[in-house]
Design a binder for this molecule. Structure first.
Ligand code: HEC
Length: 236
């Protein structure tokens, strides 16, 4: 039955092609990524890309994974020819409508050394690639405890189970959340972040996927933009 054989061959080819393009080739490319170091002779600086992550990153990332943050948040800024994330307020560094901050797109090397890359599947909430720039730790804790206390319109669920309500013993803890209104735990009680909440917020604070790229990864146009962005930053 030659037609059956053709059918099977066609079927195999149909699956083989996407498998090669979507799994094998990207995997080989990702595996070949290495930390790159270079020296700027003019400035006398040594740089490496990526610069590596602190320990809290690994711990916090595990909590990020477990709590399913990646089902609503992405960590990928697409190139401008695919979408407008790099210009969109709330997606890169926080810019304003009049003064948008152009942030570079995410590169595969940004994930080097991470066990998993939490690219995310849906953009229900803002992209978190550069979340580390936007708020301080207190803000993150209050937001995770009750997103609506920070942004009334928020559909983000509360992660209150990562916090501990306890009786104040002696003095109030330094990192107790300052809660008001309905959230106030009541006199004599305080709400403190658990170990997991601390790690998670530590992780969020390190999310700054906009490290300078080695010169050989920049192409002409981008380089000009990078330089412009750098100049803008220094003058702040
Ligand atoms: C059901 C979807 C959903 C899930 C799950 C979710 N978020 Fe969100 N998140 C949102 C939305 C929507 C916003 C925007 C409104 C707001 O700030 O609350 C947001 C905002 C944020 C912000 C503020 C970003 C900014 O630019 O100001 C941070 C940080 C954040 N989320 C972290 C997390 C973390 C960490 C988790 C997991 C523990 C998580 N989110 C889980 C939907 C979600």
């Amino acid at each position: 039955m030659p037609s059956f054989r053709n059918f099977v061959l066609a079927l195999a080819a149909t699956f083989l092609a996407p498998w090669l393009c979507l799994v094998v080739i990207p995997h080989a490319k990702m595996k070949a990524q290495e930390v790159q170091t270079w020296e700027d002779k003019e400035l006398g600086t040594k740089s490496s890309y990526p610069a590596g992550t602190p320990n809290i990153f690994q711990q916090g990332q595990a909590v990020y994974a477990r709590e399913g943050c990646a089902s609503c948040h992405t960590q990928m800024i697409r190139p401008t020819y695919f979408g407008f994330e790099s210009w969109r307020p709330g997606f890169g560094k926080e810019g304003t409508r009049d003064n948008p901050v152009r942030i570079r797109e995410t590169r595969p090397g940004d994930f080097l050394g991470e066990r998993f890359a939490y690219l995310g599947v849906q953009r229900v909430g803002p992209d978190l690639s550069n979340a580390g720039y936007r708020h301080d730790e207190q803000w993150h804790h209050a937001h995770l405890y009750s997103p609506q206390s920070k942004r009334e319109f928020s559909v983000m669920p509360s992660f209150r189970h990562l916090y501990i309500k306890r009786k104040v013993r002696g003095q109030r803890s330094d990192d107790a959340l300052s809660l008001s209104g309905e959230l106030d735990p009541g006199a004599g009680f305080e709400v403190i972040p658990s170990e997991d909440a601390r790690a998670l917020v530590g992780y969020l604070m390190t999310l700054k996927k906009d490290q300078p790229l080695p010169p050989w990864l920049l192409d002409g146009e981008e380089e000009a933009e990078e330089n412009a962005a750098d100049g803008g930053e220094k003058s702040k």
